[in-house]
Design a protein around this ligand. Structure first.
Ligand code: HGA
Length: 608
């Protein structure tokens, strides 16, 4: 989710690069940098922190030149620091590269390049690219870039500027977005449209495996095999506000749509060709897992709901007992913590005050702490013993969507990793589950194709002031998240209830027309939940059931049925959450609320 901008043309590039980077800063960045070809060769300025830090540095030491590349970073490999900021270069300062994505095989490439004498100065995965290009450069920059990327596995959108051929910029896309802006006597590269919108509305959208060679007067498009291709030049009609939301009305809707990408990025490099799970770059080992006797998960809000699912995943796969606590409760309840207790702290921002306090308490008591967080360099990441990063990218809407669902993916992988370490799962079952994990992004893409039916259901509930979500097992945990989402942004009061528990009291609240959203995705509990649906139906509830494709039986009882694709039962929340997010989203927008900034709430809760 980093931002990339590139310029080649008749104007001085520093201001254009800086302007483009500022337009991308809404995505929330941790460092920034530029490389410009000046009279004396390639020169870099880069800085940890916001773009204003880079700007200050450039004011003190300006750069002048007609070609340059710039980057705003959201770290995935290596903490935010000056050294880890992009652009990265080769040792001779002839090649500079900015990159968005993850290079899965960077450790192996790094070892090979070090053997050949290349020195690394950063902790990033990106740096292998600049050394690889240098290694392959034999007088033809596009050829060297093509050869270099042929070694890469993973996701990359890259822009390259070289002192060898300063009249060119090269752009390559594989699984991370990249566009080329076409001007008069100048051309641009952007990871996103806002980066270049001020200068041109004519763009080429690169597809995976495509490369562009830009000079000031020309753009050549080709495949990674070097074959030239023709592409339609598109005209962008969006204004800036639309462009920064990727054309969606709100950040929340954009982030809901980013989930397939977030799932892929969170799994990237961790699923070993279908046969295992590994967490390269983390210290978590099978030996440690074998020493774990109890697990405590601490989290707040949405992350707490992900933790409730994580508990069921880990317990089902490993049989290690797991307790889940609200972080704000954990530290005051004198939990029993021993040296063989693993504490898992879950926080999107890595700055949640209660979660931090709970994990500190646990560490003092002798526990090993594993963090699941989205932000490299955050306090939770710095203080934990082991870290499992989600790679959801920056989340701007206050109501979490892709961060929550990426936490679920992290828990699935962790559960499978633990199960393999403990031998509680055999290889064949693991292979099958990995294949199902890999299918999840496609299944979510398919669900997102039909938003209209969910919008119609949202119309039905948007006028109500109270409703219930019910479910059993994983569906109950998911119901809690669905209910929170609806409350946060639509301000409709809702309660999540274990479906079997309603009759112990709350059934009294069901009256004619009360909406009840019944989650019934767990095959083994289907009949039980169906009985609970009948119970509420008999009291006049308006029932919206959410179930797996093929369970048409529920149509006989429920007023509306939402279907989600089938996957391994433990993974179902990752598909089922999508219509529930959309339901909350549409209910809130129909009621006219500011979906991205709900009243009284802040994105990162850094107070207790
Ligand atoms: N892996 C690179 C780029 C990060 C990125 O694309 N983030 O969204 C890094 O960590 O610098």
């Amino acid at each position: 989710m980093c931002g990339i901008v590139g310029y080649i043309g008749k104007r001085d590039s520093q201001g254009i690069l800086l302007g483009g980077l500022k337009k991308l800063e809404y995505r929330g960045y941790d460092s920034a940098g530029v490389a410009i070809h000046t009279k004396t060769g390639l020169e870099l300025r880069k800085s940890k922190g916001r773009i204003s830090e880079l700007e200050t540095r450039l004011e003190a030491q300006p750069l002048s030149g007609f070609a340059g590349i710039g980057h705003t970073r959201w770290a995935t490999h290596g903490k935010p620091s000056d050294a880890n900021s992009h652009p990265h270069t080769d040792n001779e300062m002839n090649i500079s590269v900015v990159h968005n994505g993850i290079i899965e095989n960077h450790l192996q490439l790094k070892a090979e390049l070090e053997q050949l004498g290349y020195r690394f100065v950063s902790e990033t995965d990106t740096e292998v690219i600049s050394h690889l290009i240098a290694h392959h450069y034999k007088g033809d920059l596009p050829e060297a870039v093509r050869k270099a990327v042929s070694h890469l596995r993973g996701a990359y959108a890259i822009a390259v500027l070289s002192a060898h051929e300063p009249d060119k910029l090269i752009a390559v896309r594989w699984a991370s977005p990249l566009i080329i802006g076409v001007g008069e006597g100048e051309n641009f590269i952007g990871s996103d449209i806002p980066a270049i919108l001020e200068h041109t509305r004519s763009v080429y959208i690169l597809n995976d495996g495509e490369m562009a060679v830009l000079t000031r007067d020309n753009v050549e498009l080709m495949t990674l095999e070097g074959n030239f291709i023709a592409k339609q030049l598109l005209r962008i009609e969006w204004d800036f506000v639309m462009a920064e939301k990727g054309g969606y009305d709100t950040f929340m809707l954009k982030e809901i749509h980013e989930q397939p990408r977030a799932y892929r990025d969170t799994m990237r490099g961790r699923l070993l060709e279908g046969t295992g799970i590994s967490f390269p770059g983390t210290s978590l080992s099978a030996r440690q897992i074998r020493g774990v006797k109890h697990i405590h998960i601490v989290a707040c809000g949405t992350a707490y709901h992900a933790a409730l699912i994580g508990k069921q995943v880990i317990e089902r796969l490993t049989r290690i007992p797991v307790e889940v606590d609200l972080a704000s409760e954990y530290r005051y309840r004198m939990p029993v913590i021993g040296a063989n207790t693993l504490v898992i702290a879950v926080s999107q921002s890595g700055e949640t005050a209660d979660t931090l306090a709970a994990m500190r308490e646990a560490k003092l008591a002798g526990a090993r702490v594993l963090a699941i967080t989205n932000v490299i360099g955050s306090s939770v990441a710095r203080e934990a013993d082991d870290i499992l990063f989600t790679h959801a990218g920056p989340e701007i809407a206050v109501a979490s969507t892709k961060a929550y669902s990426s936490q679920l993916i992290a828990f699935y992988m962790l559960g499978l990793f633990m199960a393999r370490s403990l031998n509680t799962i055999d290889r064949a079952a693991l292979t099958e589950m990995i294949a199902m994990l890999e299918r999840l992004p496609y299944q979510v893409e398919r669900l997102l194709e039909d938003k209209e039916s969910i919008r119609r259901i949202a119309e039905r509930i948007s006028g109500r002031e109270h409703l219930f979500f019910i479910g059993r097992g994983l569906d109950y945990s998911l119901a809690m998240e669905a209910s929170l989402k609806l409350k946060e942004i639509s301000y409709i009061h809702s309660e999540a209830y274990a479906a079997g528990e309603l009759k112990h009291g709350s059934l009294a609240l069901i009256e004619e027309g009360t909406p009840v959203i019944a989650l019934a995705t767990q095959e083994l509990l289907l009949e039980k939940t169906a009985s609970n649906i009948k119970e509420v139906k008999a009291r006049g509830a308006y029932v919206i059931a959410l179930t797996l494709e093929g369970n048409e039986e529920l149509e006989k009882t429920a007023d509306q049925v939402i279907y989600v694709p089938r996957t391994y039962s433990l993974f179902t929340p990752s598909v089922a959450v999508v219509p529930l997010q959309l339901l909350a989203y549409y209910a809130a927008s129909i009621r006219g609320h500011d979906v991205d900034k709900p009243r009284n709430l802040a994105k990162s809760v850094t107070v207790e």
